[in-house]
Design a protein around this ligand. Sequence first.
Ligand code: PMP
Length: 293
Amino acid sequence: RRTDTPLLWFDGELASADTLQAPLTTHAMHYGTGVFEGIRSYATRDGAAVFRLPEHLERMRKGAELLGIEFDVQQAFDATLETLRANGHRDAYVRPLTWLGTGADGITVGLDVPGLSQHFMVVTLPTIVHLNGKRARLTVSPWRRNPATSLPPLKLCGAYINSILAKRESRLRGFDEALFVDDEGMVVECTGANVFMVRNGEVTAVEHRDALPGITRDTVIALTGAQSRAVTHHELLDADEVFVCGTAAEVAPICALDRREFGDNPVTRELQALYARVVRGEESSRAAWLTTV
Ligand code: PMP
């Protein structure tokens, strides 16, 4: 089924996207009280398959728990597959979102406000062009990352204002993406991707408590045996190769960090190719990461 108005999952059933609306008093619109995920499905030899779906939904469950939103992982799992099937999508970006709706005026949520509604939707978007392949230029953000002590690194809607400010500033400065560095000069992450470096052929995953524990990051560590450790801004400038990774970005090489230009990136290129085979089910030893649609 391929039409201009895709079906999306909303509160227990599939509906045409153009028939749905959210009230203006939606709590999440005022306070950012929602949790989302970004998931990919890929065309494989056996049809569409979702990459690391349980891991994404488990991260979403943690975010929902924090906000006191009830979240049924099994239902979200089924809804994701049903939405993909209904739209006939194979290569797709999947966006589940759960949020607080109407029935409360203030910031008190949870048990004190039993009338506050909760919602869950899944939208799937066909992905044709990948960010992948484009060698991005990074600039260090003047904005600090949300510290984990103020906002835990989960996919909480409101928390993404921090990424939006950093991304916007980097674009205004003529770069593609922002790199968050902390007060001590330690690398944190990008606005929607985790950071890696390659030096003397060795792959290192940047570790930081304020960074989202990325599922692609975990995948890349498993594929390369990369060491995970804290990395300074200066070390990154001194690296042979830098790449970022995330569900949407996949494995994306970095061609510059401010005035530092990076040259050839053979290790990143090889990893990009391996990642592409893994997500498309061409590496049988990693088949367990895929859920057939
Ligand atoms: N950091 C941030 C801030 C993100 O939004 C994302 C995208 N979810 C990532 C890292 C990468 O995470 P993942 O590999 O799980 O998509």
